[in-house]
Design a protein around this ligand. Sequence first.
Ligand SMILES: Cc1cc2nc3c(=O)[nH]c(=O)nc-3n(C[C@H](O)[C@H](O)[C@H](O)COP(=O)(O)O)c2cc1C
Length: 189
Amino acid sequence: MLKDLILKNRSYRRFYQEVAIENDTLRELVDLARLSASGANRQPLKYILSCDREKNELIFPHLTWAAYLKDWPGPSEGERPSAYIIILGDTGISKQFFCDHGIAAQSILLGATERGWGGCIMASIEKDGLRRALKIPPRYEILLVIALGKPREKVVIESVGADGDIKYWRDSDAGHHVPKRSLDEIIVG
Ligand SMILES: Cc1cc2nc3c(=O)[nH]c(=O)nc-3n(C[C@H](O)[C@H](O)[C@H](O)COP(=O)(O)O)c2cc1C
């Protein structure tokens, strides 16, 4: 069921770093994005794949993890992603990317979840540094980074409480809690 897959497809930020993801798997995931919807069917998205330690280490320092968790600087060595897919916008094809990258990211993550992997969409990116580190040509706009790996944390969905707070939080066992608004709150007409 699609709902089960969507429920399982949480944002994971801690992984079994030693569990490798093959480049072919990343290619299969990008193929799902390739087949997804695109504004005016321009298909301006391009991708950088990373599943080796050296390249992963070039990417990691340019990402900001879980901004609401003030005391957590991000995954420590041993629990970092074993792969990344970077979504780029090719400005030689289009100057506007509409929501293509969001749709692509969701296709990639649903495919990853179906295969037993997990990940996190990252938009808080230190883009100049990442561009320099990977020598990304200026024609490509850096849109999103998707971190991927074997999830090492428990993520629980719960209802937003009476105080309306939507911030995710961690319990004393490092369980990650994500408040979601109710269906009645979000359907306004
Ligand atoms: C467009 C977008 C950008 C995001 N950027 C980041 C990010 O830079 N760093 C991060 O740790 N999480 C990021 N996230 C993950 C969200 O924090 C996460 O989706 C949210 O907390 C809800 O959790 P869930 O995905 O498990 O439902 C991003 C998610 C989206 C959709």
